[in-house]
Ligand binder design. Structure first.
Ligand code: ADP
Ligand code: MG
Length: 154
């Protein structure tokens, strides 16, 4: 469950304050599909970025699965972020790495063992139906296949 409690985010703006997220509270339950709709500049991206603390709120709290998510908790935040998937509108695949190597990359970052990485990569390739394309490069995949691969980067 994702929970925002009375969250406010203010950006300084030419000596003024711009309230991007204004006292927002919401709960998103497991399995629920929750859309955030609003005009350009309404604060949608900022709100989403608060969930994994790419932005830090000025007030209020963010909880994921009952755990308080705080950017200022430098020790814990990266561990917690690993459990929060986020897909950027323009996510980046590494074009010089194969499908398999792209999927493996985040596991290398967290220094996961090779055997664990390989097993996980295999599972994820199967999950998105890219079996047989493990050694292809992103440029050799269709747009849809690139999307599937991007999702697995999480
Ligand atoms: N890093 C930032 N610094 C200053 N102002 C920002 C920053 N990020 C977003 N804003 C401002 O906050 C408001 C909300 O932006 P954003 O969350 O990107 O809106 P949306 O995603 O709904 O289009 C906008 O006015 C934007 O200019
Ligand atoms: Mg946006």
């Amino acid at each position: 469950m994702i929970e925002l409690r009375d969250v406010t985010k203010v950006f300084p703006n030419n000596g003024d304050n711009l309230i991007a997220v204004d006292h927002v509270s919401l709960s998103i339950h497991k399995g629920e599909i929750f859309g955030i709709i609003g005009h350009s500049g309404a604060g949608k991206s900022t709100l989403i970025r608060l969930i994994n603390q790419l932005e830090e709120q000025n007030s209020g709290e963010v909880y994921v699965d009952g755990n308080l998510i705080e950017a200022k908790d430098k020790k814990e935040i990266n561990k917690k972020r690993q459990k929060i998937g986020m897909i950027f509108q323009h996510f980046n695949l590494l074009w010089s790495r194969t499908v398999k190597e792209n999927i493996e990359l985040p596991l290398e970052f967290v220094k996961e063992e090779k055997s664990v990485r390989e097993k996980r990569v295999e599972e994820l390739i199967r999950l998105v139906g890219l079996e047989g394309r493990e050694d292809a490069y992103p440029s050799e995949l269709s747009g849809g296949q690139n999307n599937e691969l991007g999702l697995q980067e999480l």
